[in-house]
Design a protein around this ligand. Structure first.
Ligand code: F3S
Length: 282
């Protein structure tokens, strides 16, 4: 069986940097806390926890002084303030691409645009963005059907969650412009989808086009990995979405003549390489 793997797999630079910062803090000693997952991959989180990282769901669980690590996709401002009040040292690991999106949104708001974010309101990145701009009128939508929820404003600024599917973003932008661009109206668009994510989405599509099935490896909660699954399914290919190597049932793929393996931006490269070896051996 032929196994195809895209050129670029493994951690994106944002995840690499975040992990590096955590490891540096752990080496210094003292307690290091993270609110929820630093990155959405259970294997990475297990390894960090084994090294001493403590994952808490709220600051009330932090009794002693220590270091609070932000997530790669950001943490709500109010939580950071509370952390500082508690005397915690804050170590910022928010990815520069996420910070760029925050900056663009703040600028749009200062210039009186109604901001439309294409993404999921439940995602930590969007929650952190919204906490940055309380009392501002912002719409978060993830489909063209929800455009009607966006109020009839004369000035609209559109941005995307950094892990959004580029196709979905383009589609919503196109529909919003078609429906809302009347005389005297203004619409500004900023593509804030992360360039690493765009590249992985393109590679997922190309991979799915040439193989019988695609194995997508990544955290269940990882938004960018889930988008890769959607893209491969859209190409009409059988997709096996797994978090760990052991989850792959080799029986199911053994009759195929080709498979592709792709991973999310928080999926360790070693899992992809191990899978490749195992498939080649089977
Ligand atoms: Fe940053 Fe993109 Fe990774 S936003 S954390 S480089 S997926």
């Amino acid at each position: 069986m032929k196994v195809y793997i895209p050129e670029e797999v493994g951690f994106c630079f944002g995840v690499k940097e975040a992990i590096k910062k955590v490891e540096r803090e752990l080496k210094k000693g003292g307690e290091v806390f993270c609110l929820g997952d630093l990155v959405h991959n259970p294997l990475v989180m297990n390894e960090l926890c084994e090294k001493g990282l403590k994952v808490v769901s709220s600051l009330s669980e932090v009794k002693k002084c220590g270091t609070l690590i932000t997530r790669a996709h950001g943490v709500e401002q109010s939580i950071l303030e509370k952390g500082k009040e508690k005397g915690l040292k804050i170590v910022e690991t928010t990815c520069p691409y996420v910070l760029r999106a925050h900056k663009i949104i703040r600028k749009l708001i200062c210039e009186s645009y109604h901001v439309v974010i294409v993404g999921s309101a439940e995602h930590p990145e969007i929650k952190a963005i919204l906490s940055d701009i309380p009392f501002c009128k912002v719409s978060v939508i993830n489909s063209s059907e929800r455009i009607r929820e966006v109020s009839e404003e004369k000035k609209i600024g559109i941005v995307a969650q950094t892990t959004e599917s580029l196709d979905n973003f383009e589609n919503i932008v196109k529909n919003l412009i078609e429906k809302r661009l009347k005389s005297g109206f203004e619409i500004r668009v900023f593509n804030t989808v992360c360039s690493v994510v765009i590249k992985r989405q393109k590679e997922a599509k190309e991979l799915a086009e040439k193989v019988d099935a695609v194995i997508v490896v990544g955290g269940n909660k990882s938004s960018n990995t889930r988008k890769l699954v959607e893209i491969c399914k859209k190409e009409g290919k059988k997709v096996y979405f797994i978090e760990r190597e052991e989850e792959l049932e080799f029986e199911k793929i053994k009759k195929l003549s080709s498979v592709g393996i792709i991973g999310g931006t928080s999926t360790p490269e070693k899992i992809i390489r191990n899978l490749e070896r195992k498939i080649n051996k089977n």
